[in-house]
Design a protein. Structure first.
Length: 147
């Protein structure tokens, strides 16, 4: 609100300014990010529905600030989107391999603690609703079985 009333704060600012370091020019993933991703894939800490930045930082032996910066700067995501990406990828595997599992069983297995957060994260990560994804998977699987 302050900026609305004190528009003079923005006087002389060129609206066509570009960032000093474009995001696309970020160099290859730092070694710490590779270690973090490997840890996430092998140890699956995201399956803990109470995982926090602090807990993950402790497991990685780094400060919360450093871990947060690592995730934000090199993935373009914040902590919850970063962990949810792993959870959703895990859920997709379970949905394909275990058609008999219920949505509740899957969401609890991968680290979510509510249907609404699972559905929201699933849609955000896959650009599909869970129902549409399940239909496409079951169609795919039935196509393999009939051959």
């Amino acid at each position: 609100m302050n900026a609305l009333y004190r528009y003079s704060l923005f006087a002389g600012i060129d609206k066509n300014l570009s960032p000093v370091k474009p995001v696309k020019e970020i160099k290859e993933e730092p070694e710490q990010l590779k270690i973090l991703i490997s840890f996430m894939k092998t140890e699956k800490p995201y399956r803990d529905d109470r995982l926090t930045l602090q807990k993950l930082a402790e497991q990685m032996n780094m400060s919360e600030k450093k871990l947060s910066q690592l995730i934000n700067q090199h993935t373009g995501k914040h902590f919850f989107d970063f962990t949810n990406e792993f959870r959703i990828n895990d859920a997709k595997v379970l949905l394909k391999e275990n058609l008999q599992l219920t949505v509740l069983e899957i969401l609890y297995e991968v680290g979510f603690n509510s249907k609404s957060s699972f559905y929201t994260a699933f849609k955000k990560e896959t650009n599909q609703t869970l129902t549409d994804y399940r239909k496409s998977v079951s169609l795919l699987m039935s196509g393999f079985k009939s051959d």
